[in-house]
Design a protein around this ligand. Structure first.
Ligand SMILES: [Zn+2]
Length: 86
């Protein structure tokens, strides 16, 4: 099992995340993240080091498969607060 910190998140449609980048410089599409979540951990971390785990979800607007942070860690989806990837 590996753990990856997501550092940026890109939406190519207006409503849900489709690409992320992890702190090791690797770029992932959401499909690959969802597949890797079977064995690996993805998370975000704020400036204070508070982490929130990433989990699978469906977009609330268009119902496409995507990812979000665990609502038990934070009520907001913290992936939405990350900057878009360059
Ligand atoms: Zn959507």
């Amino acid at each position: 099992m590996a753990a990856y910190q997501i550092t940026c998140a890109t939406k190519t449609s207006p409503c849900h995340i489709e690409w992320v980048e992890t702190s090791n410089g690797r770029v992932w599409n959401v499909k690959k993240v969802r597949k890797a979540l079977k064995k690996d951990r993805f998370y975000t971390s704020d400036a204070g080091g508070h982490t929130a785990d990433v989990q699978k979800t469906r977009c609330l607007i268009c119902n496409k498969k995507t990812i979000r942070t665990d609502p038990n860690n934070d009520t907001d989806n913290r992936l939405d607060n990350l900057p878009p990837c360059a």
